[in-house]
Design a binder for this molecule. Structure first.
Ligand code: ISJ
Ligand code: MG
Length: 467
């Protein structure tokens, strides 16, 4: 259990109440404390009763940053299509400009942050599948556990309005105390029991749409289009989000592990692909496209890797991504660096062609606007960007929702990170939808692309106990 000093929080709230009464706008108070280590998954599990539907989880591949949020002290959303990035950034800036932040040191990922995501394509006709997730949805948590380079921090966020009294301090302290006590009790994480697995679109139909698309790619100006498909699973009981996260953390160590709850649904996954990270004036992005299976032996694995590194179809598929990301980063940066040749990035189930991109951001750069200019990269959409998204909208029998779209966090100093939400699933009580797609180019073969999507389902299938 962790004991905290409470005095500062009270002073902060007093100030915020005063400010809220004169300005008549709600004021955010954010207090950060260094705490003894708390197991992130235990903290997440501690919120199962009180904060179900209002939790998030994030771990980057290097484990430099782990964030677990609980409760929602403020929700930011936008239903305004292509304006969703700008609107979200502006609302965040407004909230932060008034906030009172109590902390001892500057640490990225502590203090007020918001976590959430954007839809892949706001213009795609919506189905009921994603009814809990608007085109932009972000949560500022009430309680945030941040593990930054191994050190744990606990942030408490409170919104003070003109109608609040100082007594809210006692309420918050009591709530926080019981949350921390629960987090110290480690629970066994339940496994899910699968009943049925159904491909939403029949394999032969999906392969036909790939074949038709390949013909179009040969004849038109479209160079690449990413086509995805959905797998629907039914379970005996409600899926345990903690159980799935536990397995993802065990099995997908080199990936971003994320979970984002909204109103009873949960979108989670293990993505190997960074969209963009901002740390001070540095920007990092990733080109990831071109895939091959892992080998059963070390030798076979290395051979497959060599095949991938020299395969024209995959190199072209990858090159389109490099071309577009380089160009977009050059718009945002004073300087951009990237290697000339891709290397391999391997996860448990698959290997990819990988090119990291680093840049020095323009002075006026803001993270969500970079997200806006990158999304979707040709790794998830295609090339040219607009025409490929239109093609997906027209031919893909799937409501992507947040799949293949940016998911991540932003802090009060403008730092943060977004991954593309692939190798992911939407959990709805005792059912789940899994998503996987692949880049179709002129030389694509429908059967091989189908196998590639099958491999890409594995991380989530395995975590859900179905493989
Ligand atoms: C679209 C997905 O993955 C993307 C497509 C890839 C490909 O076609 O080779 C590789 C990595 C990802 O950028 C997915 O996993 O659903
Ligand atoms: Mg591919």
């Amino acid at each position: 259990m962790v004991t905290l000093l409470n005095t500062e929080l009270k002073i902060g709230i007093e100030q915020a109440l005063g400010r809220a009464k004169t300005s008549l706008v709600p004021v955010l108070v954010s207090e950060v404390q260094k705490v003894d280590h708390i197991e992130p998954l235990s903290f997440f599990a501690a919120g199962i009763e009180k904060y179900m539907g209002e939790r998030f989880f994030w771990k980057d591949p290097t484990e430099e940053t782990v964030l677990v949020g609980m409760g929602t002290c403020k929700q930011i959303q936008s239903i305004n299509g292509n304006e969703r990035f700008t609107e979200t950034q502006m609302e965040w800036n407004r909230l932060i400009s008034e906030a009172i932040i109590l902390k001892e040191q500057e640490k990225m990922g502590t203090g007020p942050i918001m976590f959430g995501g954007f839809s892949f394509d706001p213009l795609k006709e919506k189905t009921s599948l994603w009814s809990k997730y608007p085109d932009a949805l972000f949560h500022v948590p009430k309680y945030l556990l941040s593990i930054i380079e191994g050190q744990a921090y606990l942030t408490t966020n409170i919104i003070c309005t003109q109608h609040d009294q100082l007594s809210i301090v006692d309420q918050v302290l009591e709530e926080r105390h019981s949350l921390l006590s629960l987090a110290s009790l480690v629970k066994p994480f339940a496994k899910s029991r699968l009943i049925e697995e159904k491909e939403v679109v029949h394999p032969s139909e999906w392969k036909n749409s790939v074949r038709n698309l390949v013909e179009e790619l040969k004849n038109g100006q479209l160079k690449k289009v990413v086509l995805a498909r959905e797998l629907r699973l039914i379970f005996h009981d409600e899926v345990s989000i903690e159980g799935v996260l536990n397995k993802l953390l065990e099995e997908q160590k080199g990936s971003f592990i994320f979970a984002f709850e909204s109103n009873g649904d949960c979108f989670l996954g293990a993505s190997p692909e960074r969209l963009v990270k901002k740390e001070g004036n540095q920007l990092f992005s990733t080109c990831l496209a071109g895939s091959i299976a892992r080998g059963k032996t070390e030798d076979e694995d290395a051979k497959l890797g060599q095949i991938l590194l020299n395969d024209q179809k995959n190199l072209i598929e990858h090159h389109y991504v490099v071309e577009m990301i380089k160009e977009a980063m050059e718009q945002e940066c004073l300087e951009v660096r990237l290697p000339e040749q891709p290397t391999l990035l391997k996860t448990r189930d698959i290997q990819h062609l990988y090119t990291p991109v680093v840049g020095i951001a323009n002075p006026d750069c803001s993270l969500l606007l970079v997200v806006n200019s990158l999304h979707p990269t040709p790794a998830l959409g295609g090339l040219p960007q607009k025409a490929s998204v239109e093609k997906i909208r027209e031919i893909e029998a799937l409501d992507r929702g947040l799949y293949a779209a940016p998911i991540g966090w932003l802090d009060y100093a403008g730092n943060g990170e977004f991954a593309v939400a692939i190798r992911s699933a939407l959990i709805q009580k005792n059912e789940a939808s899994l998503f996987a797609g692949c880049g179709i180019v002129q030389d694509s073969d429908a059967d091989s692309e189908y196998v590639e999507t099958k491999i890409k389902f594995r991380p989530m299938l395995s975590a859900l106990g179905g493989f």
